[in-house]
Design a protein around this ligand. Structure first.
Ligand code: PHE
Length: 340
């Protein structure tokens, strides 16, 4: 029979070295295992001893068993505590560590231009108006003096919806009608907004772009007012004195109608590649509101006069920022957008 002293010594030595729960389990098995435990063997063989021996060894063996059980229990809980400590150590958060910076975006060039345009016109007393993207024929064409079957409708390549009952607006001019239906002159408005045209794209055309509509109506509004307002706007927008040139043109909703050129902002009317050596840039359509348009909006024919203009907001952005292709404005390419 193995002596209790050697069992105790071994147990003490081994227990000190144990650093994980698995080893502790093996240790328990070695000394207290039901089948092969060293101390279990001693306890089991007590029955073979004489009474005096039994009385001498028995209590000591029981004490050793209790001691071992207690030591194992203690070790177990300290190992578990160690586990938690090391997890805490591993997972701790350093709240003093500098945070990750969220990349900060900025406004799209179209939005910048729109806001700038709104500010400049706002300073001249123009209010901002808006209308829906989906319009009926009445607002897109009829009310603007473009009757059904009239060839002038071909000027707008329209996206029809629902069997030609509705269409995406191909210009912002319908906003004129919406506004006049609800307001009486005198007034001054601009209507920046998205428009849609069914056409092939190239560097200067897109099927989805922005327009800026302008409308000023009152008792004695004339071409002079049109010219003054546009010239003032262009000069403020481009940050230099800009001259205007009006050429006769046709839009069904104005009479007379003009094609408006501005003096080249790249070369100041000397002639360069931007203006193809003419010194002028063709920029917008404009004119005096046709009385048929006033009538369609519910005004008394001949009571008011007014001017209207329509200009591509994209076009203004291209010129201001020297962007070579209008389609860049809608690709959402971050490398392009970062430049503004
Ligand atoms: N709506 C016209 C277009 O899209 C532009 C325009 C507006 C012309 C107002 C004259 C007056 O082509």
């Amino acid at each position: 029979m193995e002596g209790l002293e050697s069992i105790q010594k071994d147990a003490q030595k081994e227990l000190e070295k144990i650093s994980n729960l698995k080893d502790l389990e093996a240790f328990e098995l070695e000394f207290l295992g039901r089948k092969k435990g060293r101390l279990t063997a001693v306890l089991r063989s007590l029955g073979t001893l004489s009474d005096t021996e039994k009385r001498k060894v028995g209590p000591k063996a029981q004490i050793l068993r209790k001691d071992l059980e207690g030591a194992i229990k203690e070790k177990k809980s300290s190992l578990k505590r160690g586990d938690i400590d090391s997890r805490l150590e591993k997972e701790k958060i350093d709240i003093t560590y500098p945070g990750l910076k969220d990349p900060r975006g900025h406004l799209h060039p179209i939005t910048k231009v729109r806001r700038e345009v709104e500010n400049i016109f706002g300073a001249m007393g123009f209010e901002v108006a808006s209308g829906p993207y989906i319009e009926t024929d009445f607002y897109n064409f009829d009310a603007l003096n473009i009757p059904e079957e009239h060839p002038a409708r071909d000027m707008w390549d329209t996206f029809w919806l629902k069997g030609m009952t509705y269409a995406l607006r191909p210009h912002t001019s319908p906003v004129q009608i919406h506004y006049m239906e609800k307001h009486n002159p005198p007034f001054r408005i601009i209507a920046p907004g998205r428009v849609f045209r069914q056409e092939a794209t190239d560097a200067s055309h897109d099927f989805d772009f922005w327009q800026l509509e302008g409308l000023m109506v009152g008792k004695n509004v004339s071409v002079k007012d049109l010219k003054y307002v546009l010239e003032t706007f262009m000069s403020k927008f481009f940050g230099k004195k800009v001259k205007l040139r009006l050429r006769p043109s046709f839009f069904p909703f104005v009479e007379p109608g003009f094609e408006v050129d501005i003096s080249c902002v790249a070369c100041v009317a000397k002639g360069c590649s931007v203006c193809q050596k003419t010194g002028w840039l063709e920029l917008l359509g404009a004119g005096m509101v046709h009385q048929n348009v006033f009538a369609a909006a519910g005004y008394v024919r001949g009571e008011y006069t007014g001017f209207a203009f329509g200009v591509g907001l994209d076009r203004l952005a291209l010129m201001k920022y020297k962007i070579p292709d209008v389609r860049h404005l809608r690709t959402s390419d971050i490398r392009f957008l970062k430049q503004f």
